[in-house]
Design a binder for this molecule. Structure first.
Ligand code: PHE
Length: 376
């Protein structure tokens, strides 16, 4: 407590007694307190910089124990003539405070909103983040291209299992038990669950030709199908060998199918696939499941038949094996070989990709190095 001076008002300690000095009159004292509070609050409001600070100040001024509230209580000490004027002043001050607090609140909220908006603004001048778009593997592209060509000729796409029975892979395809392809050195055989030694009737198909048999077993002629898929051979990887590779099988079975139909079909395919000027050449060959059989060449797609490194200066590139479906195969599926004939062909997809794009190592297709794959 302070010591009394002639100009002070309020509660003072006088020789241990609390006395109230009001020589200017309670009214005067309240009036000056009102003025003081008005000034004080105005100053503090200016300093407020957050909604939390505003709330604290509100409690301190207008709250139940706030300064204005205690001022209001002081009104009781006024005489009934003084009370209405001073009371009005206090009410006006409360209203003024309420208005300026509300104003301040709006201002703070607006600032907060603006700051938030600023933070969340999209900078449309920033370069966008391009999602990495994948592309189709060259092998897939070639398969799709071949399918497109044959669909145009009225063929349908067929598929068969990669884990195949010896019956479909060899036996039904007229391949004798002592054929070298059936040896453990050439074919991956599968051990059946719980069975030992290896049962030699389940294997990874060594070509897509078993699809021929599977389709013929289930369908009556006419059949015009193309069957793309993976095949497996027990080979050590090197620039021209991969234990897994892709083939596309073709099969046409109908009445009156001739060797001429085979050649015509392959010519159309070669021109569509490799360009209008391609010539096709058939060389006698042997496959157990076709008779006669041929290896099929196209005029070199690099040098146009003049001779270059890719065609080893022969002017020709071997692209597939083909032939007339052997009557034994047709009989195995119950067809009447007096009525029904057919041709079949099979091509290596990697080989075509390598010839078309000058890729010198088949292993590149399966190493999954995007720097290689991205080029196609
Ligand atoms: N299946 C043979 C191979 O993998 C290719 C072929 C298919 C030959 C159809 C003739 C007829 O070599």
């Amino acid at each position: 407590m302070k010591s009394p001076s002639s100009f002070d008002e309020g509660d003072f300690d006088f020789c241990g007694n609390n006395i109230r000095v009001s020589h200017l009159g309670v009214e005067m004292s309240l009036r000056s307190e009102i003025a003081k509070l008005r000034k004080e609050v105005r100053g503090e409001l200016k300093k407020v910089s957050s909604l939390e600070e505003l709330d604290t100040l509100w409690v301190r001024v207008l709250g139940r124990k706030g300064k204005l509230t205690s001022l209001t209580r002081e009104l009781g000490r006024l005489s009934s003539t003084e009370r209405p004027t001073v009371g009005k002043m206090v009410n006006e001050l409360r209203q003024a405070f309420e208005t300026s607090f509300a104003e301040k609140r709006r201002e703070l909220e607006r600032e907060l909103r603006e700051r938030k908006l600023e933070k969340e603004t999209l900078d449309i001048t920033l370069p966008g983040k391009l999602p990495q778009l994948g592309g189709k593997h060259l092998i897939t592209q070639i398969i799709e291209e071949v399918i497109r060509i044959f669909i145009g000729l009225g063929y349908q796409v067929a598929e068969g299992p990669e884990v195949e029975l010896d019956y479909y892979n060899f036996e039904a395809l007229n391949t004798p038990p002592d054929h070298p392809a059936r040896s453990l050195q050439d074919t991956f055989y599968i051990r059946r669950k719980g069975e030992r030694p290896m049962a030699e009737d389940v294997l990874l198909r060594t070509h897509t030709s078993p699809v021929q048999v599977r389709v013929m077993e289930k369908t009556k002629p006419p059949i015009y199908i193309i069957a793309p898929g993976r095949a497996y051979r027990h080979d050590v990887p090197d620039p021209t060998h991969s234990p897994m590779f892709h083939q596309i099988e073709g099969l046409a079975v109908d009445r009156n199918i001739t060797f001429g139909d085979l050649k015509g079909t392959l010519e159309v395919f070669a021109r569509e696939m490799f360009g209008g000027e391609r010539k096709v050449r058939l060389r006698p060959h042997f496959f157990p499941f076709t008779e006669p059989s041929a290896e099929v060449d196209v005029s070199c797609i690099i040098c146009d038949g003049k001779g270059c490194r890719v065609c080893k200066y022969s002017g020709w590139l071997e692209i597939l094996g083909a032939g007339m479906v052997d009557p034994n195969v047709l009989e195995n599926v119950g067809y009447d070989t007096e009525e029904i004939t057919g041709f079949a062909f099979g091509m290596g997809v990697e080989r075509i990709a390598m010839l078309k794009y000058g890729v010198s190592d088949i292993r590149l297709f399966f190493e999954n190095d995007v720097r290689f794959l991205k080029q196609f």
